[in-house]
Unconditional design. Structure first.
Length: 345
C-alpha cells in the first residue's frame, strides 16, 4: 500500500496507464474557488502550468452530462485515466442520473478503462436509500482499479465494508487549503460590516461552518449553548442544504430566545471565509459518520482550535494541541463547557 506524498497521485495514475495524456475527474472542479475547493487543491500540482513533472498530464473535469467523453476516449484507445469522487443517489432525480453514470462506468470498464475512486464516506451523509447506495458503492469499489483514501486507519474498515482487498487502497492525505490571515479585531469588524454580526473581542466565539444539514447534529450543539454563559457565542454559518429547510426552522425555534446563538443561512463567498476563521475561538464539528472533513481541514489550516468526533482520519491527529475529540454527546457537552468563558472572567 502506498503512503502519502505530494507526487503520490501521479505515481498511482502512471502505474495504471504509463504516460497518460488525460486525467478525467468527476465531478467538476470549481476553478472559481481555488483557495477552498477540495478538487482544485487536490489536483493543484497538475493544474499549475509551471510544474514540469505533471505538465504532460491534462486534467479535465466532467459534469454528469459529459460522462460520455471518457467512454469515447477509451473506445478510441486514448491513454486516459478516470478519477471519480463521491457516488450516491438520495432522491428520484439522483436515481435517474445514477443510471446514466453507472452505464458509462460499466462501458468504460468493459472497454478496459482505468478507474480510481476516492472514498469520502462510508455511507451517504443524508442516510437515505442505504441498501441501494451500498450496492452501487460496493460495485464501484470492485470495479475500481485503485481506491483512494486520506489516511491509513480507515483502510481495513473500508476493505471489510466493501469486501475488497486492502491492496487496492492507497493513501494520499487530504489537500490543504490556502489561508488569508488577518488580525482578529479586523476580522470581527468585517463580520459586523458584511453580515451585521456583532461580537466583542473579549467574548468567546464557537463556529459551526458549512452547509446546514440534519446529519451534522447541530441541534445537539444548540442545546448545550442554551445553558452556557452569554459571553460565549455560537455562530452557525452556511447555506441550508437541499431537503433540510424544515430542520433549519427547528434550529431557529431552538435558538429564538438566545441572544448568543446566531444562525446565518447564506452562501459564504470564498473571499469572506477568512472573516469567520480569523474570528473564531473554536470550530465545532459534530458529524459522527465521517472519514475526512474539509471544514476540519480548513480550520486546521487556519490554526483554529477544533472540537470534533474521534472518528475516521480526524482521530489520527488526536495528539495535536489544537484538537479536542469526543466519543459521545456527553463528552461534547463537557468539552464545550470546559472551554467556555464564565461571566466572572
Amino acid at each position: 500500500m502506498s503512503t502519502d506524498t505530494t507526487e503520490n497521485l501521479l505515481k498511482q495514475y502512471t502505474q495504471l496507464r504509463p504516460e497518460p495524456s488525460t486525467l478525467y475527474v468527476v465531478p467538476l472542479i470549481r476553478h472559481s474557488q481555488p483557495d477552498t475547493d477540495y478538487l482544485y487543491n487536490l489536483y493543484r500540482p497538475f493544474l499549475d502550468p509551471q510544474n514540469d513533472k505533471t505538465s504532460t498530464l491534462r486534467v479535465q473535469s466532467l459534469s454528469v452530462f459529459s460522462h460520455g467523453k471518457f467512454v469515447w476516449d477509451q473506445l478510441l484507445g486514448r491513454p486516459v485515466v478516470l478519477h471519480y469522487h463521491w457516488l450516491e443517489c438520495q432522491d428520484l432525480k439522483g436515481a435517474a442520473g445514477m443510471i446514466w453514470k453507472l452505464s458509462c462506468l460499466f462501458i468504460y470498464k468493459l472497454l478496459g478503462g482505468k478507474l480510481v475512486w476516492t472514498i469520502h464516506n462510508k455511507h451517504p451523509h443524508r442516510g437515505k436509500w442505504l441498501a441501494l447506495n451500498y450496492r452501487i458503492r460496493r460495485w464501484m469499489a470492485r470495479k475500481a482499479d485503485k481506491l483512494h483514501v486520506h489516511c491509513e486507519s480507515v483502510v481495513s474498515m473500508l476493505g471489510d465494508f466493501f469486501k475488497v482487498p486492502e491492496q487496492k487502497f492507497f493513501v494520499r492525505s487530504h489537500p490543504s487549503f490556502k489561508t488569508h490571515k488577518m488580525d482578529r479585531d479586523q476580522a470581527l469588524m468585517a463580520l459586523d460590516h458584511t453580515y451585521a454580526l456583532t461580537f466583542r473581542p473579549e467574548e468567546r466565539l464557537f463556529l459551526v461552518f458549512g452547509n446546514i444539514a440534519r446529519y451534522k447534529r447541530i441541534e445537539e450543539i444548540i442545546s448545550i449553548f442554551n445553558d452556557v454563559p452569554e459571553l460565549n457565542h455560537l455562530l452557525i454559518a452556511g447555506r441550508v442544504k437541499k431537503g433540510n429547510r424544515r430542520y433549519y426552522r427547528s434550529l431557529q425555534q431552538m435558538a429564538k430566545d438566545r441572544e448568543n446563538i446566531h444562525l446565518l443561512d447564506q452562501y459564504i463567498p470564498e473571499k469572506n471565509i477568512p472573516y469567520f476563521f480569523n474570528s473564531v475561538d473554536y470550530l465545532v464539528y459534530n458529524h459522527r459518520n465521517v472519514i475526512a472533513s474539509g471544514v476540519v481541514e480548513l480550520a486546521k489550516n487556519y490554526q483554529c482550535n477544533i472540537i470534533a468526533p474521534r472518528e475516521g482520519c480526524i482521530k489520527e491527529e488526536e495528539d495535536a494541541g489544537h484538537l479536542q475529540l469526543f466519543d459521545s454527546s456527553e463528552e461534547l457537552e463537557k468539552i464545550i463547557r470546559s472551554t467556555s468563558l464564565n461571566n466572572e472572567q
